[in-house]
Design a protein around this ligand. Structure first.
Ligand SMILES: Cc1cc2nc3c(=O)[nH]c(=O)nc-3n(C[C@H](O)[C@H](O)[C@H](O)COP(=O)(O)O)c2cc1C
Ligand code: SF4
Length: 457
Protein backbone atom coordinates (compact mmCIF):
# COMPACT_ATOMS: atom_id res chain seq x y z
CA UNK A 1 0.00 0.00 0.00
CA UNK A 2 1.33 3.43 -0.93
CA UNK A 3 1.84 6.21 1.62
CA UNK A 4 -0.57 9.12 1.18
CA UNK A 5 1.47 12.16 0.15
CA UNK A 6 -1.39 14.69 0.03
CA UNK A 7 -0.31 16.48 3.22
CA UNK A 8 3.39 15.81 2.93
CA UNK A 9 5.18 18.80 4.49
CA UNK A 10 8.95 18.95 4.74
CA UNK A 11 10.26 19.40 8.26
CA UNK A 12 13.96 18.55 8.05
CA UNK A 13 14.14 20.54 4.83
CA UNK A 14 11.67 23.26 5.82
CA UNK A 15 14.31 26.00 5.97
CA UNK A 16 16.18 25.00 2.80
CA UNK A 17 16.21 27.36 -0.15
CA UNK A 18 16.30 30.64 1.76
CA UNK A 19 19.42 32.77 1.22
CA UNK A 20 20.29 33.18 4.93
CA UNK A 21 19.11 29.78 6.18
CA UNK A 22 22.64 28.88 7.32
CA UNK A 23 23.05 31.84 9.70
CA UNK A 24 22.39 31.83 13.43
CA UNK A 25 20.11 34.86 13.30
CA UNK A 26 17.88 33.26 10.67
CA UNK A 27 17.83 29.98 12.58
CA UNK A 28 16.88 31.72 15.81
CA UNK A 29 14.14 33.71 14.07
CA UNK A 30 12.56 30.31 13.35
CA UNK A 31 12.75 29.28 17.01
CA UNK A 32 16.11 27.56 16.68
CA UNK A 33 17.81 26.46 19.94
CA UNK A 34 14.58 27.00 21.93
CA UNK A 35 14.03 23.25 22.14
CA UNK A 36 17.58 22.84 23.41
CA UNK A 37 17.04 25.52 26.08
CA UNK A 38 13.86 23.76 27.20
CA UNK A 39 15.56 20.37 27.44
CA UNK A 40 18.52 21.77 29.40
CA UNK A 41 16.09 23.44 31.80
CA UNK A 42 13.45 20.73 32.23
CA UNK A 43 14.90 17.33 31.35
CA UNK A 44 17.58 15.05 32.70
CA UNK A 45 19.79 13.21 30.19
CA UNK A 46 18.00 9.93 30.93
CA UNK A 47 14.63 11.58 30.18
CA UNK A 48 15.91 12.57 26.76
CA UNK A 49 17.17 9.04 26.10
CA UNK A 50 13.72 7.74 27.05
CA UNK A 51 12.06 10.24 24.69
CA UNK A 52 14.21 9.05 21.80
CA UNK A 53 13.55 5.42 22.73
CA UNK A 54 9.81 6.14 22.78
CA UNK A 55 10.03 7.68 19.32
CA UNK A 56 11.60 4.47 17.90
CA UNK A 57 14.03 6.63 15.91
CA UNK A 58 16.39 4.44 13.91
CA UNK A 59 19.78 5.63 12.67
CA UNK A 60 19.77 7.17 9.20
CA UNK A 61 23.43 6.32 8.42
CA UNK A 62 22.70 2.98 6.78
CA UNK A 63 22.23 0.27 9.38
CA UNK A 64 18.97 1.54 10.92
CA UNK A 65 20.02 0.76 14.48
CA UNK A 66 17.60 2.15 17.15
CA UNK A 67 19.19 5.38 18.40
CA UNK A 68 17.87 5.42 21.98
CA UNK A 69 18.94 1.81 22.44
CA UNK A 70 22.46 2.61 21.19
CA UNK A 71 22.71 5.47 23.67
CA UNK A 72 21.59 3.24 26.53
CA UNK A 73 24.53 0.87 25.87
CA UNK A 74 26.93 3.46 27.30
CA UNK A 75 28.30 2.44 30.70
CA UNK A 76 26.36 4.00 33.58
CA UNK A 77 28.26 6.39 35.87
CA UNK A 78 31.38 6.18 33.76
CA UNK A 79 34.10 8.08 35.65
CA UNK A 80 35.98 9.30 32.56
CA UNK A 81 34.91 11.20 29.47
CA UNK A 82 32.33 9.97 26.96
CA UNK A 83 32.84 11.10 23.39
CA UNK A 84 30.42 11.69 20.55
CA UNK A 85 31.37 11.34 16.88
CA UNK A 86 29.09 12.86 14.32
CA UNK A 87 29.40 10.80 11.17
CA UNK A 88 29.32 13.33 8.32
CA UNK A 89 31.56 11.31 6.03
CA UNK A 90 28.74 10.64 3.55
CA UNK A 91 30.56 8.70 0.84
CA UNK A 92 27.93 6.16 -0.18
CA UNK A 93 27.46 6.56 -3.94
CA UNK A 94 24.28 8.46 -4.76
CA UNK A 95 23.96 9.94 -1.26
CA UNK A 96 23.92 13.70 -0.61
CA UNK A 97 21.21 14.35 2.03
CA UNK A 98 23.73 15.12 4.80
CA UNK A 99 25.42 17.63 2.51
CA UNK A 100 22.17 19.55 1.95
CA UNK A 101 21.52 19.75 5.70
CA UNK A 102 25.08 20.80 6.50
CA UNK A 103 25.31 23.42 3.77
CA UNK A 104 21.87 24.94 4.08
CA UNK A 105 20.89 24.42 7.71
CA UNK A 106 24.05 23.78 9.75
CA UNK A 107 22.46 24.97 13.01
CA UNK A 108 19.73 22.33 12.81
CA UNK A 109 22.49 19.70 12.79
CA UNK A 110 24.43 21.42 15.59
CA UNK A 111 21.32 21.71 17.78
CA UNK A 112 20.61 18.00 17.24
CA UNK A 113 24.24 17.20 18.02
CA UNK A 114 24.19 19.19 21.28
CA UNK A 115 20.97 17.43 22.32
CA UNK A 116 22.50 14.05 21.54
CA UNK A 117 25.62 14.94 23.55
CA UNK A 118 23.48 16.05 26.49
CA UNK A 119 21.51 12.79 26.44
CA UNK A 120 24.68 10.70 26.34
CA UNK A 121 26.62 12.93 28.77
CA UNK A 122 29.30 13.46 26.15
CA UNK A 123 31.68 16.29 26.98
CA UNK A 124 33.35 16.46 23.60
CA UNK A 125 31.95 15.97 20.13
CA UNK A 126 33.97 15.34 17.00
CA UNK A 127 32.30 16.47 13.81
CA UNK A 128 33.90 14.20 11.19
CA UNK A 129 33.11 15.66 7.78
CA UNK A 130 33.80 14.19 4.37
CA UNK A 131 36.85 15.92 2.89
CA UNK A 132 35.15 16.69 -0.42
CA UNK A 133 32.53 19.00 1.10
CA UNK A 134 34.26 22.42 1.10
CA UNK A 135 31.07 24.49 1.27
CA UNK A 136 29.61 22.47 4.14
CA UNK A 137 32.98 22.70 5.90
CA UNK A 138 33.15 26.48 5.55
CA UNK A 139 29.59 26.84 6.83
CA UNK A 140 30.25 24.52 9.75
CA UNK A 141 33.25 26.58 10.88
CA UNK A 142 31.20 29.76 10.67
CA UNK A 143 28.25 28.23 12.52
CA UNK A 144 30.53 26.94 15.30
CA UNK A 145 32.04 30.43 15.71
CA UNK A 146 28.53 31.85 15.96
CA UNK A 147 27.63 29.28 18.62
CA UNK A 148 30.70 29.94 20.77
CA UNK A 149 30.12 33.72 20.55
CA UNK A 150 26.47 33.30 21.56
CA UNK A 151 27.19 30.96 24.50
CA UNK A 152 25.54 27.99 22.76
CA UNK A 153 28.76 25.99 23.02
CA UNK A 154 31.57 26.02 25.55
CA UNK A 155 31.73 26.04 29.33
CA UNK A 156 28.00 26.48 29.98
CA UNK A 157 25.66 25.77 27.08
CA UNK A 158 22.94 28.47 27.15
CA UNK A 159 23.84 29.15 30.79
CA UNK A 160 22.82 25.65 31.87
CA UNK A 161 26.14 24.53 33.32
CA UNK A 162 26.34 21.74 30.70
CA UNK A 163 29.79 22.00 29.11
CA UNK A 164 30.38 20.94 25.51
CA UNK A 165 33.02 21.50 22.86
CA UNK A 166 32.62 20.48 19.24
CA UNK A 167 35.80 19.85 17.27
CA UNK A 168 35.43 19.89 13.48
CA UNK A 169 37.57 17.25 11.79
CA UNK A 170 38.06 16.98 8.06
CA UNK A 171 37.85 13.42 6.73
CA UNK A 172 40.62 11.47 5.07
CA UNK A 173 38.84 11.15 1.71
CA UNK A 174 38.05 7.44 1.65
CA UNK A 175 34.75 5.56 1.75
CA UNK A 176 35.93 3.41 4.65
CA UNK A 177 36.26 6.51 6.87
CA UNK A 178 32.44 6.40 7.16
CA UNK A 179 32.42 2.96 8.80
CA UNK A 180 32.15 3.89 12.45
CA UNK A 181 35.32 2.23 13.72
CA UNK A 182 37.25 3.27 10.60
CA UNK A 183 36.12 6.80 11.41
CA UNK A 184 37.38 6.43 14.97
CA UNK A 185 40.79 5.18 13.81
CA UNK A 186 41.03 8.02 11.32
CA UNK A 187 40.08 10.54 13.99
CA UNK A 188 42.91 9.19 16.12
CA UNK A 189 45.29 10.04 13.29
CA UNK A 190 45.68 6.54 11.88
CA UNK A 191 44.73 4.77 8.67
CA UNK A 192 40.94 4.17 8.67
CA UNK A 193 41.10 0.43 9.25
CA UNK A 194 37.86 -0.77 10.86
CA UNK A 195 38.23 -2.47 14.23
CA UNK A 196 37.09 -5.96 15.10
CA UNK A 197 33.91 -5.75 17.21
CA UNK A 198 33.30 -6.34 20.09
CA UNK A 199 34.23 -4.17 21.84
CA UNK A 200 31.68 -1.84 20.29
CA UNK A 201 32.31 1.92 20.38
CA UNK A 202 29.82 2.38 23.24
CA UNK A 203 32.26 0.45 25.42
CA UNK A 204 35.59 1.32 23.79
CA UNK A 205 35.61 3.92 21.05
CA UNK A 206 37.68 6.98 20.28
CA UNK A 207 40.84 7.18 22.43
CA UNK A 208 39.55 3.90 23.96
CA UNK A 209 36.72 5.75 25.75
CA UNK A 210 32.98 5.05 25.49
CA UNK A 211 31.82 6.68 22.27
CA UNK A 212 28.60 7.20 20.36
CA UNK A 213 28.65 7.46 16.57
CA UNK A 214 25.57 8.85 14.86
CA UNK A 215 24.73 10.15 11.43
CA UNK A 216 23.92 13.80 10.60
CA UNK A 217 20.29 13.12 9.65
CA UNK A 218 19.82 11.07 12.82
CA UNK A 219 20.71 14.01 15.07
CA UNK A 220 18.58 16.35 12.95
CA UNK A 221 15.66 13.97 13.69
CA UNK A 222 16.49 14.19 17.42
CA UNK A 223 16.06 17.97 17.22
CA UNK A 224 12.71 17.57 15.44
CA UNK A 225 11.45 14.99 17.96
CA UNK A 226 12.32 17.38 20.81
CA UNK A 227 10.42 20.21 19.08
CA UNK A 228 7.43 18.30 17.74
CA UNK A 229 7.06 15.30 20.01
CA UNK A 230 6.94 11.55 19.76
CA UNK A 231 3.33 11.42 18.52
CA UNK A 232 4.19 13.57 15.53
CA UNK A 233 7.22 11.39 14.71
CA UNK A 234 5.24 8.18 15.02
CA UNK A 235 2.41 9.54 12.90
CA UNK A 236 4.78 9.21 9.91
CA UNK A 237 6.16 6.03 8.38
CA UNK A 238 5.48 2.34 8.74
CA UNK A 239 4.38 0.88 12.10
CA UNK A 240 6.15 -2.03 13.73
CA UNK A 241 4.94 -5.46 12.62
CA UNK A 242 2.80 -6.74 15.56
CA UNK A 243 3.70 -10.32 14.62
CA UNK A 244 7.41 -9.60 14.90
CA UNK A 245 8.44 -8.42 18.39
CA UNK A 246 11.93 -7.60 17.11
CA UNK A 247 10.67 -5.13 14.48
CA UNK A 248 11.02 -1.53 15.77
CA UNK A 249 9.08 -0.18 12.77
CA UNK A 250 10.18 2.57 10.39
CA UNK A 251 8.92 5.85 11.79
CA UNK A 252 9.48 9.47 10.92
CA UNK A 253 10.49 11.54 7.94
CA UNK A 254 13.34 10.52 5.64
CA UNK A 255 15.51 12.44 3.23
CA UNK A 256 15.53 10.53 -0.05
CA UNK A 257 18.24 11.25 -2.60
CA UNK A 258 17.06 10.72 -6.15
CA UNK A 259 19.51 10.78 -9.05
CA UNK A 260 20.26 9.13 -12.36
CA UNK A 261 17.84 9.04 -15.24
CA UNK A 262 14.89 11.01 -13.88
CA UNK A 263 13.49 14.37 -14.95
CA UNK A 264 13.98 16.08 -11.57
CA UNK A 265 16.83 14.64 -9.51
CA UNK A 266 17.12 16.01 -5.98
CA UNK A 267 16.85 15.48 -2.25
CA UNK A 268 13.23 15.01 -1.20
CA UNK A 269 11.62 14.62 2.20
CA UNK A 270 8.76 12.19 2.71
CA UNK A 271 7.71 9.67 5.34
CA UNK A 272 9.59 6.39 5.52
CA UNK A 273 7.87 3.78 3.40
CA UNK A 274 7.09 5.57 0.14
CA UNK A 275 7.62 3.30 -2.83
CA UNK A 276 10.32 3.70 -5.47
CA UNK A 277 7.48 4.46 -7.90
CA UNK A 278 6.30 7.33 -5.72
CA UNK A 279 9.78 8.74 -5.41
CA UNK A 280 10.50 8.49 -9.13
CA UNK A 281 7.12 9.64 -10.42
CA UNK A 282 5.71 11.97 -7.75
CA UNK A 283 8.96 13.71 -6.82
CA UNK A 284 11.27 12.98 -9.74
CA UNK A 285 8.84 13.67 -12.58
CA UNK A 286 9.32 10.17 -14.00
CA UNK A 287 12.08 8.59 -16.04
CA UNK A 288 13.78 11.16 -18.28
CA UNK A 289 13.42 11.60 -22.05
CA UNK A 290 10.21 9.53 -22.13
CA UNK A 291 12.26 6.40 -21.69
CA UNK A 292 11.51 3.40 -19.51
CA UNK A 293 13.27 2.44 -16.30
CA UNK A 294 15.41 -0.66 -16.32
CA UNK A 295 16.70 -0.78 -12.73
CA UNK A 296 17.49 1.29 -9.65
CA UNK A 297 19.75 1.05 -6.68
CA UNK A 298 17.49 1.37 -3.64
CA UNK A 299 19.67 2.94 -0.95
CA UNK A 300 23.20 3.59 -2.12
CA UNK A 301 25.06 1.14 -4.31
CA UNK A 302 25.86 -1.19 -1.37
CA UNK A 303 22.21 -2.18 -1.11
CA UNK A 304 22.06 -3.93 -4.49
CA UNK A 305 19.67 -3.53 -7.35
CA UNK A 306 15.92 -3.46 -8.04
CA UNK A 307 14.44 -4.31 -11.44
CA UNK A 308 11.91 -1.91 -12.93
CA UNK A 309 9.09 -4.33 -12.12
CA UNK A 310 10.14 -4.15 -8.46
CA UNK A 311 9.57 -0.38 -8.11
CA UNK A 312 6.59 -1.07 -5.83
CA UNK A 313 9.27 -1.75 -3.19
CA UNK A 314 8.59 0.40 -0.10
CA UNK A 315 11.55 2.44 1.06
CA UNK A 316 11.39 1.60 4.74
CA UNK A 317 13.90 -0.37 6.80
CA UNK A 318 12.32 -3.72 5.94
CA UNK A 319 11.19 -3.06 2.34
CA UNK A 320 14.27 -3.56 0.12
CA UNK A 321 15.18 -6.75 2.04
CA UNK A 322 11.93 -8.30 0.83
CA UNK A 323 13.04 -7.64 -2.77
CA UNK A 324 16.36 -9.43 -2.38
CA UNK A 325 18.36 -6.29 -1.59
CA UNK A 326 20.54 -5.72 1.47
CA UNK A 327 18.34 -3.05 3.06
CA UNK A 328 17.29 0.58 2.99
CA UNK A 329 20.84 1.86 3.44
CA UNK A 330 20.94 5.61 2.91
CA UNK A 331 17.67 5.69 0.89
CA UNK A 332 19.61 7.08 -2.06
CA UNK A 333 17.89 5.90 -5.22
CA UNK A 334 19.78 5.98 -8.53
CA UNK A 335 17.56 5.23 -11.53
CA UNK A 336 18.90 3.61 -14.70
CA UNK A 337 16.95 3.79 -17.94
CA UNK A 338 16.62 1.11 -20.61
CA UNK A 339 19.87 2.17 -22.35
CA UNK A 340 22.11 1.22 -19.43
CA UNK A 341 24.17 -1.94 -19.77
CA UNK A 342 24.15 -4.06 -16.64
CA UNK A 343 27.65 -5.24 -17.54
CA UNK A 344 28.80 -1.62 -17.38
CA UNK A 345 26.86 -1.03 -14.17
CA UNK A 346 28.46 -3.99 -12.45
CA UNK A 347 31.92 -3.13 -13.73
CA UNK A 348 31.54 0.39 -12.35
CA UNK A 349 30.33 -0.91 -9.01
CA UNK A 350 33.22 -3.42 -8.82
CA UNK A 351 35.74 -0.66 -9.60
CA UNK A 352 34.43 1.35 -6.67
CA UNK A 353 34.59 -1.44 -4.11
CA UNK A 354 37.97 -2.77 -5.23
CA UNK A 355 39.35 0.74 -4.91
CA UNK A 356 37.74 1.41 -1.51
CA UNK A 357 38.43 -1.93 0.23
CA UNK A 358 40.90 -1.14 3.01
CA UNK A 359 42.64 -4.46 2.44
CA UNK A 360 42.66 -5.85 5.99
CA UNK A 361 40.49 -8.91 5.30
CA UNK A 362 41.60 -11.33 2.60
CA UNK A 363 38.07 -12.20 1.35
CA UNK A 364 37.27 -8.52 0.83
CA UNK A 365 40.64 -7.43 -0.54
CA UNK A 366 40.98 -10.39 -2.92
CA UNK A 367 37.27 -10.85 -3.63
CA UNK A 368 36.68 -7.27 -4.72
CA UNK A 369 39.92 -7.18 -6.73
CA UNK A 370 39.18 -10.46 -8.54
CA UNK A 371 35.59 -9.47 -9.24
CA UNK A 372 36.92 -6.34 -10.91
CA UNK A 373 39.48 -8.24 -12.98
CA UNK A 374 36.87 -10.71 -14.15
CA UNK A 375 34.47 -7.94 -15.08
CA UNK A 376 37.23 -6.17 -16.98
CA UNK A 377 37.87 -9.36 -18.90
CA UNK A 378 34.15 -9.84 -19.61
CA UNK A 379 33.86 -6.29 -20.88
CA UNK A 380 36.90 -6.81 -23.06
CA UNK A 381 35.10 -9.64 -24.89
CA UNK A 382 36.73 -12.60 -23.13
CA UNK A 383 33.93 -13.56 -20.79
CA UNK A 384 32.80 -17.16 -20.20
CA UNK A 385 29.46 -18.34 -18.86
CA UNK A 386 31.30 -19.94 -15.97
CA UNK A 387 32.47 -16.49 -14.81
CA UNK A 388 28.95 -15.65 -13.67
CA UNK A 389 28.99 -18.48 -11.15
CA UNK A 390 32.47 -17.51 -10.01
CA UNK A 391 31.28 -13.94 -9.46
CA UNK A 392 28.26 -15.21 -7.53
CA UNK A 393 30.55 -17.35 -5.42
CA UNK A 394 32.52 -14.24 -4.48
CA UNK A 395 29.25 -12.40 -3.75
CA UNK A 396 27.97 -15.19 -1.52
CA UNK A 397 31.14 -15.60 0.52
CA UNK A 398 32.47 -12.12 1.36
CA UNK A 399 31.05 -9.98 4.14
CA UNK A 400 29.99 -9.81 7.76
CA UNK A 401 26.87 -11.81 6.96
CA UNK A 402 28.75 -14.93 5.85
CA UNK A 403 31.15 -14.09 8.71
CA UNK A 404 34.35 -13.63 6.73
CA UNK A 405 35.15 -9.92 7.12
CA UNK A 406 35.57 -7.24 9.76
CA UNK A 407 33.19 -4.67 8.33
CA UNK A 408 30.21 -4.27 6.07
CA UNK A 409 32.03 -2.85 3.06
CA UNK A 410 32.35 -6.38 1.72
CA UNK A 411 28.60 -7.03 2.11
CA UNK A 412 28.06 -3.80 0.18
CA UNK A 413 30.35 -5.05 -2.58
CA UNK A 414 28.56 -8.40 -2.65
CA UNK A 415 24.99 -7.22 -3.12
CA UNK A 416 25.37 -5.48 -6.51
CA UNK A 417 27.19 -8.61 -7.76
CA UNK A 418 24.49 -10.98 -6.53
CA UNK A 419 21.54 -8.83 -7.61
CA UNK A 420 22.89 -7.83 -11.02
CA UNK A 421 23.77 -11.39 -12.02
CA UNK A 422 20.71 -13.09 -10.49
CA UNK A 423 18.23 -10.49 -11.73
CA UNK A 424 19.82 -9.81 -15.16
CA UNK A 425 21.59 -13.08 -15.91
CA UNK A 426 20.33 -13.37 -19.49
CA UNK A 427 21.79 -9.96 -20.33
CA UNK A 428 25.22 -11.05 -19.12
CA UNK A 429 24.95 -14.32 -21.05
CA UNK A 430 23.91 -12.55 -24.26
CA UNK A 431 26.78 -10.09 -23.87
CA UNK A 432 29.31 -12.91 -23.58
CA UNK A 433 27.86 -14.82 -26.49
CA UNK A 434 27.96 -11.71 -28.66
CA UNK A 435 31.41 -10.48 -27.69
CA UNK A 436 33.12 -13.85 -27.27
CA UNK A 437 31.32 -16.18 -29.74
CA UNK A 438 34.15 -18.71 -29.96
CA UNK A 439 35.00 -18.86 -26.25
CA UNK A 440 31.99 -18.05 -24.12
CA UNK A 441 31.37 -21.69 -23.26
CA UNK A 442 35.02 -22.40 -22.50
CA UNK A 443 35.51 -24.10 -19.12
CA UNK A 444 39.28 -24.32 -18.72
CA UNK A 445 41.24 -21.65 -16.84
CA UNK A 446 42.04 -18.37 -18.53
CA UNK A 447 43.91 -15.38 -17.16
CA UNK A 448 41.43 -13.22 -15.32
CA UNK A 449 43.36 -10.02 -15.67
CA UNK A 450 42.61 -8.26 -18.92
CA UNK A 451 45.87 -7.49 -20.67
CA UNK A 452 43.94 -4.79 -22.55
CA UNK A 453 43.35 -2.68 -19.46
CA UNK A 454 46.33 -3.59 -17.28
CA UNK A 455 49.10 -4.06 -19.77
CA UNK A 456 49.39 -7.70 -18.76
CA UNK A 457 51.14 -7.27 -15.41
C1 LIG B 1 31.79 0.90 4.40
C2 LIG B 1 30.85 1.68 5.26
C3 LIG B 1 30.73 3.05 5.07
C4 LIG B 1 29.85 3.79 5.88
N1 LIG B 1 29.74 5.13 5.65
C5 LIG B 1 28.91 5.87 6.45
C6 LIG B 1 28.80 7.27 6.27
O1 LIG B 1 29.45 7.86 5.39
N2 LIG B 1 27.96 7.95 7.09
C7 LIG B 1 27.25 7.31 8.09
O2 LIG B 1 26.54 7.96 8.85
N3 LIG B 1 27.33 5.98 8.27
C8 LIG B 1 28.15 5.27 7.49
N4 LIG B 1 28.26 3.92 7.72
C9 LIG B 1 27.52 3.32 8.86
C10 LIG B 1 28.28 3.57 10.16
O3 LIG B 1 29.20 2.50 10.37
C11 LIG B 1 27.35 3.63 11.38
O4 LIG B 1 26.47 2.55 11.35
C12 LIG B 1 26.54 4.92 11.43
O5 LIG B 1 27.36 6.06 11.33
C13 LIG B 1 25.76 4.98 12.74
O6 LIG B 1 24.95 6.13 12.78
P1 LIG B 1 23.37 6.02 12.88
O7 LIG B 1 23.08 5.01 13.96
O8 LIG B 1 22.94 7.38 13.25
O9 LIG B 1 22.88 5.56 11.56
C14 LIG B 1 29.11 3.15 6.90
C15 LIG B 1 29.24 1.76 7.08
C16 LIG B 1 30.09 1.04 6.27
C17 LIG B 1 30.20 -0.44 6.48
S1 SF4 C 1 35.66 -5.83 5.00
FE1 SF4 C 1 37.00 -4.84 3.52
S2 SF4 C 1 36.91 -2.69 4.01
FE2 SF4 C 1 36.08 -3.78 5.80
S3 SF4 C 1 37.83 -4.11 7.16
FE3 SF4 C 1 37.75 -5.90 5.84
S4 SF4 C 1 39.09 -5.40 4.07
FE4 SF4 C 1 38.63 -3.50 5.16
Amino acid sequence: MEIDLTNNTPVLLSRIGRPESHTLSDYRADGGYEGLARVLRDMKPEDLIQLIKDSSLRGRGGAGFPTGLKWSFLPKDHPGPIYFCLNADESEPGTFNNRILMEEDPHQVIEGLILACYATRSVTAYYYMRYEYPRAWERLLKALDECYSAGILGKSVLGSGFCLDIFPHRGAAAYICGEETGLIESLEGKRAWPRIKPPFPAVEGVFRKPTVVNNVETVACVKQIVDRGVDWFKSLGVPADPKNPRDPGSYGPKLYCLSGHVERPGCYEAPLGITVHQLVDHFGGGVWKNRHAKAAIPGGISMGLLKADEFDCPLDFAGPGRYGCLGLGTAAVVVMDETVSMVDFLHNSARFFAHESCGQCTPCREGTAWALRMLERIRAGRGRLKDLDLLLEIGDTIGIMPGTTICGLADGAAWPLKNAIRKFRSEFEEYMQRTNPSGYQQTDAVPALSSLSHGGH
